[in-house]
Design a protein around this ligand. Structure first.
Ligand code: KG4
Ligand code: ZN
Length: 360
């Protein structure tokens, strides 16, 4: 039977099924990950091959090296995910994959693999927006969480405040106008001579520092929109260090890190609370690599409690890039018949969620 006819048949069968199982693949940056997810919420396996050690040597992700490593890792990682889930390929109902945004070469490895599997196994292909994947990580950690809620997506490539109206229905109410929050962490860590990735390094060292030692700028904090800006903060840290150096003065790296981190956290938390108030939402979720930050978690917990919001976080493993979150997002698309054909291409710098943004 031609592929397209097989897929129509599969979509009809899925409507009747109690168990819908998806193999998901994520290769948008420097983690090669494959996961098997049942009914969108139960993670049967989630294998992550991280390239962090490799890129650490260069102080950041080298795109060409990332692509090559994905090529080497993707098949073994998929095999491992299937083995750990304890199922055969014949039990799968669909293939989910990140198609963007991310590094073009890295995305191509995952998408080509997903297309090959979908065609060979006659399974529906579901392309997932990486940002939607991060948001969906919360469904895994909180089985009872349902839309609507407000989600702060903070990672190395994204800083977005997203009004999650329903599964697959999003409205961006605010976003960064320059650097992403994680990018700021990584760049400031580099200036301070801390190891890549900078977020976890700054998080750790800040625990020994005074977060009030230096008053770094909090961009847009008093403005009534929900956009962010972190490049000025990064420059402020660089200038601060430069001035001290010129005067031959020393500084406590712990204090600089903690003060920088506090400036990021203050803006993220403040804007999130204001956006939740404006949209009238009572639940707030946080997602993405920076959602692992301990100061952000602590401050967000205190402030949301003060304002009477319910707060949700993914477990740490689902904050940074992983395929389980992609499998979750793919499930809700698949059961609503939102699948892709085999002409799907990568979208390195385009996100439909962001493109649909209305000015708030
Ligand atoms: O979600 P993710 O794995 O990849 C992207 O989609 O970008 O996020 C990676 C980012 C990096 O910038 C990293 O420094 C940051 O998340 N990150 C953290 C922490 N853990 C990871 N930032 C602050 N504190 C952390 N504990
Ligand atoms: Zn990510």
């Amino acid at each position: 039977m031609p592929y397209i006819c097989e897929i129509r048949k599969k979509l009809n069968e899925i409507k009747e099924k109690d168990e819908v199982i998806i193999l998901a693949i994520e290769t948008s940056c420097d983690e090669t990950s494959a996961a098997v997810v049942k009914n969108g919420r139960a993670v049967l396996s989630n294998i992550i091959a991280s390239q962090i050690e490799l890129h650490r040597h260069y102080g950041g992700v080298v795109p060409e090296i990332a692509s090559r490593k994905h090529v080497e890792a993707v098949n073994p990682v998929i095999d491992e995910a299937m083995r750990e889930a304890g199922i055969g390929f014949d039990r799968l109902d669909g293939i989910g994959v990140t198609y963007g945004p991310g590094l073009v070469g890295a995305l191509l490895v995952g998408l080509s693999t997903a297309k090959a599997l979908a065609y060979a196994l006659s399974l529906p292909l579901v392309g997932v927006d990486h940002i939607e994947g991060h948001i969906s990580a919360n469904y895994i950690s909180h089985p009872n969480l349902e839309p609507p809620f407000l989600c702060l997506v903070v990672s190395g490539g994204h800083t977005h405040l997203v009004w999650v109206k329903d599964y697959g229905d999003y409205e961006v109410v605010g976003m960064t106008r320059d650097d992403a929050a994680g990018e700021a962490f990584d760049k400031v860590a580099r200036v301070l001579g801390l190891a890549y990735p900078g977020g976890p390094s700054i998080d750790l060292i800040s625990k020994k520092g005074n977060a009030q030692a230096i008053q770094f700028p909090r961009a847009y904090i008093d403005e009534d929109h929900f956009d962010f800006s972190f490049s000025g903060l990064k420059t402020a840290v660089i200038n601060y260090l430069h001035n001290l150096k010129q005067r031959n003065e020393t500084y406590k790296i712990e204090d600089v890190a903690a003060s920088f981190q506090q400036a990021v956290v203050d803006v993220l938390v403040d804007k999130t609370i204001k956006a939740a108030e404006k949209t009238g939402l009572s639940r707030i979720a946080v997602a993405g690599g920076v959602a692992a930050n301990s100061a952000l978690r602590q401050c967000m917990t205190i402030r949301t409690r003060e304002h009477g919001f319910e707060l949700f976080y993914p477990q740490l493993v689902y904050c940074t890039d992983n395929a389980a979150m992609i499998g979750c997002a793919a499930y809700y698309k698949l059961i609503h018949g939102k699948i892709d054909d085999l002409f799907l291409n990568v979208e390195p710098s385009f996100s439909k969620i962001v493109a649909d943004r209305r000015q708030y």
